[in-house]
Design a protein around this ligand. Structure first.
Ligand code: PRX
Length: 634
């Protein structure tokens, strides 16, 4: 086990040491894991290409550290505690020993389907234990998993399968989510019909038992695939820098990119952060409400907790089904000690009223966490008072798909808290604020663009199949720095507060959505000539999506037009990207070089039209007033 910080003085001391000698600090942490071959050098790096290697020459398998090394000491302890979608359905408890057996058995099934080290496996599954088993089974044999959130459309899934050239797709028959029963296998069929030539097999987990069509020779049932397979499987020993997974995420431009993480560094960093941020204690019941389709689920439902030997609760459903008391019911029933969720869920549950929290026995709770978007003050206080009864520290954890693990955060019960502040960097993390000219802003009580100056073990290594894109996106804006895309403030005492994205990325309910992607999708709707989307403040979602659209025909039936746009976005991306507001406009404000002036559109969407700046240099200044009037009416 990596070391655990015990006090704020300890944090300050550890931080100073980690920055003075990052190589030595991380080597010390890494030594606590099982390695099959020691590394020659702790770190090799430059941010120019970029090229970052941690624990160079070391060989290991991450699942040996998640599973095998726990068998002797906690084989009978629950590893995954599964709470199904339907309230009242029996929870499933899977011990470390059982999980080991399931992972090995499925790893053997994958091998039998021809999956080898380095092959990409796309996973499009609901939040059932089999999803975690699938992820770990890939890692066990050195295959690269690419989990796609099961709310994405067939087109988005196909794009990701093609980009990764996945050989096998893992899915389920149906996905039970709240009152919905989603035909995920049918979505996979639709995706594969879009020219995913790399796919040889589809393995289908029977989840609800609903009817599906199975394509002979290509599709195979999960239970058939594992039949007769051994429950032991030697881990494939890989290089520290071999690819562990690809996870697609949105940026300002173009299609989502496949962020690549590798075995060694990711392992060390997720375990270290899990144990320290949440101050995990042996025997704790830990619950992160994210979906494994996102980085939070990868790092803090599967890898981090299992590496630390924790009991990780997995919930299949949604916070409001069958009612807004579902989360608190689960906390009470399973005596959850550490609870980690997103501000959007807190706001939705807060809006549902206090009656759902009142009267619950939630005294088991010790630590609360949030992630994914800035938390507003009202939600922070509600979470603190109503859920934590003012006795549970809230860790507001800032990080990204690209960072692999938590970067700036309080340590539970150790760091003095300030509402809405992510506070201080983790040991080994060297943040800085940079101004528009690329100069580092020194001192306190300042604001700027958030960058990181030095590599940490789980920094992204590349974007799959396009290293230049990785360089351009993250390492070219500011020389010798990793650029996060976020703006932040450092207060008078040096505490960090994350303000939000400074690029064309919208954060809707904690989901990262690129404006270019949504525009691309909208432009596919009938009669759409051009569109521009921006984010605007939304009470529950944090940010909503506001779409300005030019139509080729006069729009007589606005409701029909809006639903045709929404349906197109759902078909192309998925429901998470559908615009909240749609405004038909005669034109979009553009500069003389043809660039859309999003700043103006953002202000109008925010309802702040008092100071739009100088619009006289626009190509078409007259459209601004028309847009302003239109926006006021919706
Ligand atoms: O803008 C920041 C926001 O979410 C972005 C990263 O999104 P994603 O890669 O999907 O990962 C989300 C889960 C780690 C960041 O660039 N963000 C994440 N956590 C916070 C946050 N904004 C404010 N406060 C946070 N705690």
């Amino acid at each position: 086990m990596t070391s655990q910080i015990k006090s704020f003085e300890d944090y300050q001391e550890t931080y100073a040491r980690s920055v003075a000698d990052p190589e030595g600090f991380w080597a010390e942490q890494a030594e606590t894991f099982t390695w099959r071959k020691p590394w020659r050098q702790s770190l090799k790096w430059n941010f120019r290409e970029p090229r970052v290697k941690w624990f160079v020459g070391g060989r290991l398998n991450i699942t040996e550290n998640c599973l095998d090394r726990h068998l002797a000491t906690r084989g009978n302890q629950v590893a995954l505690l599964f709470e199904p979608n339907e309230k009242g359905a029996r929870a499933r408890k899977i011990t470390y020993k059982q999980l080991y057996g399931l992972v090995c058995q499925f790893a053997n099934a994958l091998k039998a389907q021809g999956v080898k080290k380095g092959d990409r496996v796309c996973i499009y599954m609901p939040m059932t234990p089999e999803l975690a088993v699938a992820v770990l089974a890939c890692a066990r044999i050195g295959a690269v998993h690419s989990v796609v959130f099961a709310g994405f459309s067939a087109i988005s899934l196909a794009d990701r399968i093609k980009d990764a050239q996945a050989k096998v797709v893992l899915t389920s028959d149906y996905n039970a989510r709240g009152a919905k029963n989603i035909a995920v296998k049918a979505i996979v069929d639709e995706a594969l019909a879009l020219g995913c030539d790399s796919v040889e097999h589809v393995i289908v987990h029977q989840n609800t038992g609903g009817a599906v069509t199975m394509k002979a020779g290509r599709d195979i049932w999960w239970h058939e695939a594992v039949k007769g397979r051994r429950r032991t499987c030697k881990p494939t020993i890989v290089d520290s820098e071999d690819m562990l997974f690809i996870l697609y995420t949105s940026g300002s431009t173009g299609k989502p990119k496949g962020v690549v993480h590798t075995h060694g560094g990711y392992m060390v960093y997720t375990e270290y952060t899990f144990r320290n941020v949440f101050q995990y204690q042996e025997g704790d019941i830990y619950w992160c409400t994210a979906d494994i389709g996102w980085i939070t689920g990868h790092s803090y439902i599967v890898y981090g907790p299992l590496l630390a030997g924790a009991t990780s609760l997995m919930f299949e459903g949604v916070p409001t089904y069958p009612d807004a008391g579902r989360f608190w019911d689960i906390v009470q029933r399973h005596k959850v000690n550490i609870f980690y969720t997103a501000p959007t869920a807190i706001r939705a549950l807060m809006a549902a009223g206090d009656q759902w929290v009142k009267g619950r026995r939630m005294s088991s709770l010790r630590v609360l966490g949030t992630v994914g978007e800035p938390i507003n003050e009202e939600a922070w206080h509600w979470y603190n008072e109503r859920v934590g009864k003012k006795r549970c520290p809230i860790v507001d954890t800032w990080w990204q798909t690209e960072t692999g693990g938590i970067m700036i955060t309080p340590l539970a019960g150790i760091t003095p808290l300030k509402p809405c502040y992510a506070t201080y960097p983790m040991p080994g993390i060297q943040p800085c604020l940079v101004d528009g000219n690329g100069n580092e802003i020194e001192g306190n009580d300042v604001e700027g663009m958030l960058c990181i100056k030095f590599p940490w073990p789980s920094i992204l290594r590349t974007t799959y199949g396009d290293h230049e894109r990785c360089r351009l996106t993250y390492f070219s804006t500011f020389k010798n720095k990793y650029f996060t895309g976020d703006g932040a403030r450092r207060d008078a005492n040096g505490l960090y507060r994350i303000i939000g994205r400074v690029d064309d990325v919208i954060n809707v309910s904690g989901h990262r959505i690129g404006t270019a992607e949504v525009e691309d999708a909208i432009n596919k709707a009938p009669n759409v000539v051009e569109s521009a989307v921006v984010g605007y403040p939304h009470d529950i979602k944090g940010q909503g999506i506001f779409a300005y659209i030019i139509s080729s025909e006069p729009v007589e039936d606005m409701a029909a037009f809006k639903s045709s746009v929404l349906n197109t976005v759902i078909r192309v991306i998925g429901p998470i990207a559908k615009p909240d507001k749609v405004l038909v406009v005669p034109g979009l404000p553009k500069t003389r070089s043809g660039k859309i002036m999003r700043r103006i559109l953002r202000k109008i969407a925010e309802g702040d039209t008092s100071n739009l700046g100088d619009t006289s240099t626009l190509l078409n200044p007259e459209v601004v007033d028309t847009i302003k009037d239109g926006a006021q009416r919706i």
